[in-house]
Write a protein that binds this ligand. Structure first.
Ligand code: FES
Length: 98
């Protein structure tokens, strides 16, 4: 069963989903969809409430940026990557694989 409908995803507007007890931030960029752990690796903030530009998401709390493709922390104060998840797109069905 899919987690989201592709048509429901607005470009660069992340959404948070819960799956298997994990909080996941799902973001559409163009025709691609990226999924990363929703909790910032710096402290307890939800990345899906952050701003997205150029394949980066900025934590709203202290401004650390993460690469949506790799989960790598690009700017301080975060230094630890967040988890990434594989995303399968089949027509309008978007599934995050855990
Ligand atoms: S909680 Fe995200 S940068 Fe501090």
């Amino acid at each position: 069963m899919s987690d989201l409908s592709f048509a429901s995803l607005i470009e660069n507007k992340p959404v948070r989903i819960e799956k298997n007890g994990e909080s996941i931030c799902v973001t559409r960029v163009g025709e691609e969809v990226f999924a990363i752990g929703d909790t910032c690796s710096h402290s307890d903030a939800s990345l899906s409430e952050g701003d997205v530009s150029d394949h980066k998401i900025e934590c709203w709390l202290h401004g650390a940026e993460f690469d949506l493709r790799t989960g790598v922390a690009l700017t301080l104060p975060a230094v630890t990557p967040v988890k990434t998840y594989e995303v399968a797109i089949d027509g309008d069905s978007v599934t995050v694989n855990i």
